[in-house]
Design a protein around this ligand. Structure first.
Ligand SMILES: Nc1ncnc2c1ncn2[C@@H]1O[C@H](COP(=O)(O)OP(=O)(O)OP(=O)(O)O)[C@@H](O)[C@H]1O
Length: 263
């Protein structure tokens, strides 16, 4: 069995009187690509933020690389890469300035970070805008900068929150292949997304969170076997108890076109 990289033990979180995570138990091993899915508000980003040390006040234990993250020693973060869902990015900096700054924060030499960032961005056809301000970038270009920033220090564990947001079909393919290749080299990837066909294809383990609890955990094949549904989208609908999309869509249209009263 490969090394246990991440362990969540009875993880709980609440905001005010609202329970968001209700006791999550999860062990993740080296080389796994975990697709962490669930309905809006299920608690996916909250789980990621807790693991990254960005949210305090949780219950239970989080161990990363065998180390309890509550112990006060943050050195585990050096081995983590993170693409947040809604990133704050320093718009007035150029891609070169931003990425060399991030590289330095991770302890890389500035020149090395800049060269590596340029080499990575060139693979996304962004070499020509390396010295342009990020404020002039499209959504997808910014996303590529974020993805590059999470990988500069060659992390062993990569957390991705909706990493494909805004990316074109070609770039999505590159990222999918890259994640697979990284996992084959022993990196561990914890990946949250709503794009079910991508999660279905790249994850070797899918964890479904519903109302702050794990409702399913297994390979796509195992989930398919259990639920007898054909696609991950159908499994998701089934396991979250949702079968009213047609009715809801019709109601929305009626309200928009004022066929039915809404007051
Ligand atoms: N800082 C906060 N203060 C209060 N409530 C919060 C806070 N952050 C998250 N929540 C609540 O916690 C719940 C889970 O949010 P979270 O962002 O983890 O969900 P998610 O599964 O990532 O959803 P989505 O798919 O929409 O990104 C939501 O009900 C949200 O309103």
């Amino acid at each position: 069995m490969s090394e246990k990289v991440l362990s969540l033990q009875n993880l709980m979180m609440s905001y005010s009187d609202k329970n968001v995570l209700n006791g999550i138990n999860l062990d993740v091993y080296q080389g796994q690509i975990i697709g962490y899915i669930g309905p809006n508000g299920a608690g996916k980003s909250t789980t990621l933020k807790i693991m990254l040390g960005l949210v305090d006040g949780y219950g239970g234990v989080v161990e990363i690389f065998g180390h309890n993250i509550a112990s006060g020693n943050d050195s585990y973060k050096q081995r983590i890469g993170y693409v947040p869902e809604n990133a704050e990015i320093y718009d007035n900096l150029t891609a070169a300035e931003y990425l060399s700054f991030i590289g330095e924060l991770y302890g890389l030499d500035r020149e090395k970070a800049e060269n590596k960032a340029l080499a990575l961005l060139e693979e996304f056809d962004m070499g020509d805008v390396f010295h342009s301000r990020i404020s002039s970038f499209s959504k997808g270009m910014r996303q590529k900068v974020l993805i590059v920033s999470s990988l500069l220090h060659n992390p062993d564990l990569i957390f991705l929150d909706e990493p494909l947001s805004g990316l074109d079909a070609n770039s999505v393919m590159i990222i999918k292949d890259m994640l697979e290749a990284l996992a084959n080299q022993g990196k561990t990837i914890f990946y949250s997304s709503h794009i079910m066909d991508v999660v279905e294809k790249i994850s070797n383990r899918i964890v479904l969170l519903v109302d702050g609890e794990i409702a399913a955990d297994g390979s796509f094949e195992q989930l398919k076997e259990q639920s007898k549904a054909g696609s991950l989208e159908a499994i998701f609908n089934q396991l979250t108890g949702f079968d009213e999309h047609k009715e809801t869509a019709a109601k929305l249209v009626s309200i928009v076109t004022e066929d039915i009263p809404y007051e």
